[in-house]
Ligand binder design. Structure first.
Ligand code: NDP
Length: 449
């Protein structure tokens, strides 16, 4: 194993996020490899860490002033052993091949946990939609899809949203795909309700995280009622995590964006959340404006030069990181433990560094890793694909019921897999082992392809 991982680093030394994701999974599946010599004989670790296909392309587009820009587009088709590639598109200036590869790798195991038939992929661009007009975003999406459309399809690869790609971008991307291919198919998920979207899809990741957290607490004889919760981010995942926590009678104290965070000791209730949704989704404003409307709240500017984020130093019971990767460092994890946090459920992908995870596990904090806790989004995307295939639309209650059932089943799968390997209570090991075994067995069934 060590020599395989060494080779992986030597081959792409700059892909640190990808290495981090691979090391985390491979470290926890060592006992599985020991128990199954055929996995080693079939070079499963080499095969599962190498994407089936990496697509990189030029995206030229013109801004409102007539200036031409060139961005880089990516789609990593990581693994199709259990279904067509499935995973979101991220538009953010920090996007690199390493980020997309780490996200695609995580997606493989997450999708495997959902019980649905979806392989893993991820894509995006270093394009920054912030501050761009609707027309500029549309032209960028059209240019991006002009190339991507050759590689995707409802039975091949089905992208969705992620950071910087919401309902508006999915609309422009879908429109261009339809025009280029002259077919109306479920090639993207996260579509608008009027043209093939699923009810509950926008809510699914956030709701799913909270359902998963409620399962973890209930497994330990507790509930979310009256729990003080720290939430980071203020985008799609953070908004619907907050909504579900409120519905389950918990209290959300914080929200953030990349410029800073707000702390509202009285709690963010449904009315305040609806202000945030309007601020972020319609006005595309900054979270600091929350304090103009609710002056009792305190705004703290982001200080990336610090080794910690003061958001995680508030006293609370539960934490829901919902912004981006590696947002919780060792010092933050220490602060969370000292502040009384008993549960961390990850809405964002890989928001905790390896050292932070070790601190959670050593402090007996219930730690719900992203590939299990935030799988509700892709699960409902899978349900959207099923509805598209049948040309049917299930009612809200039906989709929500299925989502809740899937999150419950992921919880059971993780606890059972951890127990089977003598790692009771370790959700990270349980998620990695269960996700890995299903994909690997499918790969072995299908031969050397
Ligand atoms: P959005 O674009 O809707 O929101 C992202 C939020 O995180 C914004 O508040 C943004 O602030 C903040 N953020 C982004 N990058 C940074 C950064 N480098 N530092 C600090 N804050 C940052 O994205 P989503 O809510 O969809 O995604 C959030 C996380 O959840 C991501 O990790 C994503 O991969 C994960 N996820 C999303 C799913 C989905 O269905 N949408 C499914 C599963 C996982 P700002 O506005 O200032 O950029």
């Amino acid at each position: 194993m060590e020599s395989i991982l060494e080779r992986l680093v030597q081959r792409d030394p700059e892909q640190q996020e990808f290495h981090q994701a691979v090391f985390e999974v491979m470290d926890t599946v060592k006992p599985v490899l020991e128990r199954n010599p055929e996995y080693r004989q079939q070079a499963i670790v080499d095969r599962i860490t190498e994407p089936e296909r990496v697509i990189m392309f030029r995206v030229p587009w013109m801004d409102d002033q007539g200036q031409v820009h060139v961005n880089r587009g990516f789609r990593v088709e990581m693994n199709s052993a259990i279904g067509p590639y499935k995973g979101g598109l991220r538009f953010h200036p920090s996007v690199t091949l390493s980020i997309i590869k780490f996200l695609a790798f995580e997606q493989v195991f997450k999708n495997s946990l959902t019980t649905l038939q979806m392989g893993g992929g991820k894509g995006g661009s270093d394009f920054n939609p912030k501050g761009r007009s609707d027309g500029e975003v549309m032209r960028f999406c059209q240019a991006f899809m002009t190339e991507l459309s050759r590689h995707i399809g409802p039975n091949t690869d089905v992208p969705a949203g992620d950071i910087g790609v919401g309902a508006r971008e999915i609309g422009y991307l879908f429109g261009m795909y339809k025009k280029l291919r002259n077919e109306f198919t479920g090639v993207l998920t996260g579509k608008s309700l009027a043209w093939g979207g699923s009810l509950i899809r926008p809510e699914a990741t956030g709701y799913g995280v909270v359902y998963f957290a409620a399962e973890m607490l209930s497994h330990h004889g507790d509930s979310l009622e009256d729990k003080k919760c720290l939430v980071s981010g203020s985008g799609n995942v953070a908004q619907f995590t907050t909504e579900k926590i409120i519905q389950m009678k918990g209290k959300v104290l914080t929200l953030s964006d990349s410029s800073g965070y707000i702390f509202d000791e009285e709690g963010i209730d449904a009315e305040k959340l609806s202000f945030v949704k309007h601020l972020k989704n319609i006005r595309r404003g900054r979270i600091r404006e929350y304090c103009d409307q609710y002056p009792q709240a305190i705004y703290t500017e982001a200080a990336p030069e610090l080794d910690h984020n003061p958001l995680w130093a508030h006293q609370a019971d539960c934490a829901f990181p919902s912004a981006t990767q590696n947002e919780i460092h060792a010092r933050d994890a220490d602060n969370l433990a000292k502040g009384g946090v008993r549960l961390v459920a990850e809405g964002a992908n890989m928001p905790s560094t390896p050292n932070a995870i070790n601190i959670f596990l050593d402090s007996n904090i219930l730690y719900g890793p992203s590939k299990a806790a935030n799988a509700g989004g892709v699960a409902v995307s899978g349900l959207e694909m099923a509805q598209n295939s049948m040309r049917l639309s299930w009612p809200r209650k039906e989709v929500d019921k299925r989502l809740r059932q899937i999150m419950k089943s992921i919880h059971t799968t993780c606890t059972d897999a951890a127990t089977e390997y003598g790692l009771e209570g370790n959700y990270m090991a349980g998620a990695n082992i269960a996700g890995f075994v299903k994909v690997v067995n499918a790969m072995l069934d299908q031969g050397l392809v």
